[in-house]
Design a protein around this ligand. Structure first.
Ligand SMILES: [Zn+2]
Length: 388
């Protein structure tokens, strides 16, 4: 790979012919049509938050360097931004006036046109430090992964999009990484994260590939068809909607792909589930509310998912003392289950750290988590009893 350093391009050179796509949230072109600001594999513009974009302009006003920028020179002579796309899009939006934003400068809110002339010129004439690289795509991608450790680090799925860039990623991103997709709100009820940082695309790929995202992307890289990906994703979402009425925060970010796989062949009554969801969400003994969903899907066979409230230390100590005093007087084990057994533990007195508290009447059968329903068992018996 050949790398050449350029220091004579200024902000105003880069902003010449700048085009910004509001819909896709991308800076498209600059440098009088010679620069592709947003190559397909790059992430969308994320600096437009009134903080990071403003910070770029303030740096220029104060005469601070913006840091290194990397371009790739393509075979056709066009340049692509490899690193620096967020900074370039920020200053170009400010300078270009198409999607203007304001900065606070000398105590006033200023747009590019309301800056004093010397301040404005300091921005426009600011020199940039740009490395231009030429080489094979694989070399450039490897490098891209390395240099993006600085700044806002790329998330895993953004790196995958870079590594497997091609028609499949482009189509998939149009569908799943576009925050203004009409389905996005519904999807974000169940999928956690920022679609522009590829969170929805990542889940869609995760579900369709059963966790083997890289294999799947490698296999589909050159295909111009995302039907299977779209179908599987909407199948899972429709399945959730068909079972649950509830759309609260507990529904967001679950392993829906796996839940679909494990439970989609079972039949459920939506009305019964709605009622049960209500009960369990309101049950103060259920401390893991997110566990309720799989608990219900599993026909309530996995109570460990609910993290039923446990007994506090003082309750345990009180019950331990009572049980042990009585056991010693009776000459039997202080574990009531060992005491009725027939092996050597029949008369064993356990220490408190060798025992654990158990609900005498299980939570499922209405047992409370208070001292009247607490029994200390040796660890073996406590485990054996489980949450039945
Ligand atoms: Zn025991």
């Amino acid at each position: 790979m050949i790398t050449t350093l350029f220091t004579d391009w200024t902000v105003s050179d880069i902003c010449k012919g700048f085009i910004y796509d509001k819909n896709e949230e991308k800076g498209l072109f600059g440098l009088d049509g010679k620069l592709i600001i947003q190559p397909e594999y790059q992430r969308n513009y994320i600096y437009g938050d009134g903080k990071r974009d403003v910070a770029v302009i303030e740096s220029l006003l104060k005469g601070y360097p913006l840091g290194l920028i990397y371009f790739v020179k393509n075979k056709d002579g066009m340049y692509e931004v490899l690193d620096g796309q967020q900074r370039i899009t920020s200053f170009a939006r400010f300078v270009n006036r198409t999607w203007p934003f304001a900065v606070e400068w000398n105590g006033k809110t200023r747009y590019i046109d309301s800056l004093d002339e010397d301040d404005r010129n300091r921005i426009l004439n600011a020199p940039l430090t740009i490395y231009v690289c030429e080489g094979e795509p694989s070399e450039i991608q490897a490098w891209f992964e390395t240099i993006n450790i600085a700044g806002v680090p790329l998330v895993q799925q953004e790196l995958r999009n870079a590594s497997y860039h091609g028609p499949f990623v482009n189509l998939a991103r149009k569908e799943f990484s576009n925050a203004s997709n009409a389905n996005m709100n519904r999807w974000l009820t169940y999928v956690k994260g920022d679609p522009r940082r590829q969170a929805v695309l990542e889940r869609a790929l995760d579900w369709v590939s059963d966790g083997n995202i890289d294999d799947y992307m490698a296999k589909h890289r050159d295909k111009s068809d995302i039907t299977e990906l779209k179908n599987h994703f909407s199948t899972v979402i429709d399945w959730i909607d068909s079972i649950f009425d509830y759309t609260g925060k507990e529904m967001c970010g679950l392993e829906w792909g796996r839940l679909y796989k494990d439970y989609h062949t079972k039949a459920y009554s939506k009305d019964a589930i709605t009622k049960r969801m209500d009960d369990l969400l309101g049950d103060p003994q259920v401390t893991n509310k997110k566990g309720i969903i799989e608990y219900i899907l599993s026909d309530e066979s996995k109570p460990e998912l609910l993290n039923i409230r446990v007994f506090d230390e003082s309750t345990k100590r009180t019950v331990y003392t009572q049980q042990t005093t009585k056991a010693k007087a009776d000459g039997v084990s202080n574990c009531p289950l060992c005491a009725i057994g027939s092996n050597a533990n029949k008369t064993r007195i356990y220490k408190i750290n060798e025992m654990d508290a158990d609900h005498t009447t299980a939570w499922k059968k209405g047992g409370a988590t208070d001292i009247s329903n607490c029994e200390m068992l040796c660890i073996t018996h406590n485990r054996g009893k489980g949450n039945k």
